[in-house]
Design a binder for this molecule. Sequence first.
Ligand code: ATP
Length: 279
Amino acid sequence: MTAAGSAISGPGRATPKIVARKVSKLYRTPGSRKGVTTVLDGFDLTIHEGEFLSLLGPSGCGKSTFLNILAGLDSYNGGSVRLDGERVTGVNKDVGVVFQGYALFPWLTAQKNVEVGLKIRGVGRAERRARAAEVLKTVGLSAAADRLPHQLSGGMRQRAAIARVLAYDPEVLVFDEPFAALDAQTREFLQGELLRIWESGEKKKKTILFVTHSIDEAIFLSDRIAVMTRAPGSVKTILDVELDRPRTQTLRSSEEFAHIRARVAGILAEEVNVGNDAA
Ligand SMILES: Nc1ncnc2c1ncn2[C@@H]1O[C@H](COP(=O)(O)OP(=O)(O)OP(=O)(O)O)[C@@H](O)[C@H]1O
């Protein structure tokens, strides 16, 4: 276990990519006693280049809030969030976001849905087509490229959403519970697929922040897991997931996996129980 935000050793994990320090976020809540609600307070986190880090925490602790801040979709009130040393002040083309609701345009085919993101970024037509076909192949959707979203299964739609983000090749990918709406089998399959895609990165591996409620999902995917306190959220503990890669589905039933699961569940339960005591 390492202290929140501290540097860690290991190949490819030593260069800080994302550095959040003492981040605070408040929302105005006119009906409440103080008129504001503090969602994040003293949030510290370092994510290293090429690392896969998951953020776990009690409901409402501010996981999505931090993800949105990092993606430049939300502001913050104190502290700093830096990407490659630059303060995050708005939407950044180096950060690609995948949400739970696939956010595909229903009237466009899978291919066109991928192309549209490239078009917005000024990529020419021929290159758009080629790039979209390539990423659809990466996510295993070549055969469904001409289908509309309603003709795709939930898992296929989420693959298309991932392809759309991969197409413009951001250095950082952030995922907000992307598989939460899927059945357990599809979810586990797509977790494996995500790792396959990440590990087969064309150039260098992308840096990933993955928000999830699922302890098993976090363990299966991550290099490290940051567990947050209850709101106002900060990083309570960071655990190294010392499981060999490439990870296989059989790993889920291993003793090592169960051991990590028990540790994470214990840390999370402390936060949830404190919340109950205070209620
Ligand atoms: N625009 C807003 N105005 C006021 N409060 C907000 C706003 N957006 C989020 N919040 C509050 O901020 C807190 C943190 O929300 P956030 O979605 O970041 O939590 P989370 O940890 O991702 O939750 P969950 O695990 O349930 O998805 C919640 O209490 C939420 O109600």
